[in-house]
Every structure is written in C-alpha cells, then in structure tokens.
Write a protein that binds this ligand. Structure first.
Ligand code: NAP
Length: 270
C-alpha cells in the first residue's frame, strides 16, 4: 500500500465515526482508545502504518471498534488531501492531535523542518476542521477537538511551536462563536507537559522538570471530555496549569516572558 492511502481494515463503519490524527503514540492513542470505548468506529491517521494497523487490531479486540487507517504525512499536501477527502464523506468526531516540537535555536533550525511544523500543527488543523464541519453542521451534531498547548497561552516558551499552538487556540475560540447554536462543539485542548514521546522526538531535555508538572494521557483526555460536557471552549488539564495560566493572564506579558524564560529556559527550542 502506498503512503497516503485509505484502507478499511475491517467491516464498513456502522457506528458513529471519529477521526483522530496522531494516534500511533501518546495523547492521540488515548483519544482513540477512549472514543472506541464509547462506541465510535475510528479513522486513524499518522505516518507509521505498522503502528496504525496494530492500534486498529487493539481497538477491534478491546472495544469491537472498526477502524480505517490512513497512512499519511500531514506535512505534505498529498497527505492532507487524502484526509480531507475522507472527512468530506462525514465524521461525527474529529481530534486534530498530530503535532510536534523541535529543539535548537530558530536561527539555526532547518527551514524545511520549521515549514513542516507549521503544516502539521496549523495547516492540517485548519483544513481538516474546514472539511469536517459541513456535514457536522448539516447533521446538527459533531465535535472538534484541536490539541493546542499551554505553550500557546504563555509567551516566552520558544517561537514557532508556541506560535503554532497560539493559532490553534485563537482559531478554535473564533470558530466557537460561529458554531454556537449549530449543535457542533469545538474545543482547544491546552495541556502542559505530558508523558509521551513528544520531547524525545523533539530532542528536548526534560530531566529538570519537577514531577508535579507532568500530566498523563488519561488525565488529559478525561479533562477534555468533562470540559466538553461543560461547554468549555478552552480546556486546561491539571490544577497546576489552571493556576499557572490564570496568573499568566493577569500579569503583564513582560513579566510572563521573564518567568517562562527563567523557569523553562526559553532558548534551545523553536
Ligand atoms: N507531550 C506534551 O508535553 C504536550 C504538551 C502540550 C501539547 N502537546 C500536543 O499534543 C499532541 C500530541 O502529542 P504527543 O505528546 O502525544 O506526542 P507524540 O507522542 O510525539 O505523538 C505525536 C503523534 O503525531 C503524529 N505525527 C507527528 N508528525 C506527523 C506527520 N508529519 N504526519 C502525520 N502524523 C504525525 C505521530 O505519528 P507518526 O510518527 O506515526 O506519524 C504521533 O502519533 C501534539 O499536538 C502536541 O503538540 C503535547
């Protein structure tokens, strides 16, 4: 099978369908398991086809969920087009979760890698939401979760990654107004540090982060779901991050920048 292809790995979907990007690791995997446990069939999107197939098997055995897999690189327009085509057929639930960070200084980073980050973290989120909404609005039912980050709420934690997540938050907040009364919900999920492959993949050293600052994927997904039930557009898992972001919104940005640079060493990450 070529990359960027759609393949049903089991019987055609008869249950509501949720599409999750980046389920081969970390947070996306937990979203896929959670939605399967709630009776959804899945469309699983990432690059690693072997892991997608293994996850589809797990979801079938564990929850009786049927999965389609789309092996696609979301940094490419061909990869995104395959996902857009599937979304235009209609899904009830979309989790825009795939994303990545990078290490090093902005001025020495590979420009192509930075463009890929923008394409995965922002372009894919915008186009996938655009493709999913028409059928959701027509059905007066649907949910879009866009995974952002606390980094998008607090200035001074790097450049391109934070900026990409700030876009996702602002985009989701803006859309939530337009979607009011349509029966479709949108959420910007803003976690702090989560134990996943994220930092290792990005090459970011995290040994100095105190244990109380770490979240786990179950906690993040549970908070996201509870906040959807409450109609919250911005979901911030963990009391420590609720306090941090609340304080951060009350003090001048110059103070936030100083603090985030002091605590998180603003350098060494883009
Ligand atoms: N971990 C944290 O501390 C943290 C904090 C705040 C927000 N977040 C956000 O949470 C989301 C999930 O991250 P995670 O922590 O679960 O990271 P992760 O363990 O590294 O998982 C990232 C997922 O994204 C997929 N992905 C990455 N690049 C892709 C590409 N070009 N095309 C298609 N899929 C791609 C990966 O799949 P393949 O490699 O198989 O393609 C993988 O399934 C991200 O948006 C991240 O920015 C993470």
């Amino acid at each position: 099978m070529t990359a960027e292809s759609i393949e049903p790995v089991s019987a055609p979907a008869s249950r509501p369908v949720a599409l999750v990007t980046g389920p081969t690791s970390g947070l996306g995997g937990e979203f896929a398991r959670h939605l399967a446990s709630r009776g959804y069939d899945l469309v699983l999107v990432a690059r690693n086809e072997l892991k997608l197939r293994a996850l589809a098997d797990d979801l079938r055995v564990g929850f009786g969920a049927n999965s389609e897999i789309i092996a696609a690189d979301l940094a490419t327009s061909a990869g995104r087009e395959t996902v857009i085509a599937r979304l235009e057929l209609g899904v009830e639930y979309l989790v825009n979760n795939a994303g990545f960070g990078t290490s090093g200084e902005f001025w020495t980073a590979d420009p192509e890698l930075l463009q890929s980050q923008l394409d995965v973290n922002v372009t894919a989120v915008m186009h996938f939401t655009r493709a999913a909404l028409p059928s959701m609005v027509a059905a007066a039912k649907g949910t879009v979760i866009n995974v952002a980050s606390v980094a998008g709420l607090l200035a001074g934690r790097g450049s391109t990654y934070s900026a990409s997540k700030a876009y996702v938050i602002s985009f989701s907040e803006g859309l939530s107004g337009g979607l009011a009364g349509t029966g479709v919900q949108i959420q910007a999920l803003c976690p702090g540090f989560i134990k996943t492959e994220f930092h290792q993949r990005a090459g970011i050293e995290m040994s100095s982060i105190p244990s109380f600052m770490w979240l786990n994927v179950e906690q993040v997904v549970q908070t996201s779901m509870k906040d959807l039930d409450k109609g919250k557009v911005i979901s911030i898992p963990g009391a420590q991050y609720k306090v941090l972001t609340a304080v951060g919104s009350k003090v001048p940005k110059s103070v936030v920048r100083k603090l985030t640079n002091l605590v998180g060493r603003g350098r060494g990450r883009t």
